[in-house]
Write a protein that binds this ligand. Sequence first.
Ligand code: G6P
Length: 615
Amino acid sequence: MCGIVGYAGHRPAVDVVVGGLKRLEYRGYDSAGIAVVADGALDVRKKAGKLANLQAMLEADPMKDASTGMGHTRWATHGGPTDVNAHPHVSSRGRVAVIHNGIIENFAELTAELAEQGVVMTSETDTEVVAHLLESTLEQAGDLAEAMRLACQRLSGAFTLVAIDAQDPDRLVAARRNSPLVVGIGDGEHFLASDVSAFIDYTRDAIELGQDQVVDLRADGVVVTDFRGQPVEVTPFTVTWDAAAAEKGGYDLFMLKEIAEQPKAVADTLLGRIAPDGLLRLDEIRIPVAELREVDKIVIVACGTAYHAGMVAKYAIEHWCRIPCEVELASEFRYRDPILTRRILVIAISQSGETMDTLMAVRHAREQGARVLAICNTNGSTIPRESDAVLYTQAGPEIAVASTKAFLTQIVAVYLVALYLAQVRGNKFGDEVAAIVRQLADMPHKVDLVLDTLEGVRALAEQFAEAQSVLFIGRHVGYPVALEGALKLKELAYMHAEGFAAGELKHGPIALIEEGIPVIVVVPPPLGRGVLHEKIISNIQEVRARGAVTIVIAEEGDEVVTPYADHLIRVPACPTLMQPLVSTVPLQVFACALATAKGHDVDQPRNLAKSVTVE
Ligand code: G6P
């Protein structure tokens, strides 16, 4: 949520910053802006709407060459998405420009204080207050880094801030509390960004800033301190993927590329975690085995798509490990005062590792004494850093706002954790674990098979572009798949879409069924729990009898469903718990194709951001 880029080096800063913003636009696209120092004064350009609007502005009236600059792409929180509210914000005497990701919670109090000094706010943002505060602090402190440290001590909330000083043009100073910030280390040049994709064209060497740290960045060096000015030790890391992974690579959309990457993402998530004897080796889980044996409950916390992955995982965890498992929306978790003990394992699932709701749930769980294991896709991000252990999904960068490959890999990763628990606790014999691991290892191939059969799904989706509403139903693990299918359609096609447990329909939602309404049904494998299959056939009949048009997702060879399907989408046969890995894929494609038919921006849907760093 909000993308931040900074640069100091030998290249034209405006080009580097705009290029970085392009890569970070998935984090927010309500407005964009850039600031450099030219001829001893700030040059700030900003524009509401997508980055293209700012680019057009810069083309019409180019900025002067500069070697240091910063830019911002915004997801609006305080103040609507207007030119004035766009970042950077400039201090009243024009000395300092600031960009910000997060929320300054005490902005009202600081605004009142500044008003007494005669400062008049020009925007409705919480960020502007920092620009004024920083300027007055700088006038006393005389040094931008020191001013930033002092100003940060007065701020509460979540923030990444970057500032530039008109009187000190070769330098950027940034601060980090709760919102992400990484530093890219180049040769005679340095970068700042919300995530590494902004500078991956130039360097793969980076450092992750910790909580409450300030970085002083110039072309020839980087100094990191805490908010009191004490030097801190930094942990360098190397990005394992390259620039091509953050490009569309010949696809029209990032989402299409990411859907296509799913077999590899699943395979990579299994890689190196299965020993030759078929058992699991999860060395990353640094929680002692003795403690894992004592776990008496698992609580999964996550948001959005990751929450649906958690819901899928609950079925596997309880079935394989016989440990009670709850799945909870991270945004609700800490506010209901959950009962947590050291014997409870909290699993936090997050693609970005930065989702504030999930991070707050993690902190709460740890404060209450629970162990926290993160399932995350972003190396070095905040949630894994603050957890007891982490198992990384290996999906590679996911750029499209609607999550696809991350979802599949999150399911695989939590399955690995569940099997590992079953293995170390003795709930399953080694040969049983190895047999399930083989089923998982077959899934990349099966996902590949699904990808080859999706032309019909695209054509079908286009037929429903004018539908008022689409319902999704499923049972068992097909239920969270139905929720995920509906979420994808809401996110991308802006249509009313709901997912239901098929058995729950008759308790209310069936009243929504009217002539012609499309109902997408996720049918469980007939060889799984036979009773589930029979029951869903009855549910299909119930909706058809009331006029629904049924789009049925069923495995190859399941002919029992054929008479009840107005449209049939086939997926390869697999064990019940593996089915979400194939049955979700047509739903992703359905939503993508339908949104494309409606002319929507699929990679950057309205009102959303990929990484939501506010609560
Ligand atoms: C946002 C995104 C969703 C995502 C959710 C959780 O709302 O739009 O696609 O599922 O955040 O993100 P996370 O990075 O924690 O998995």
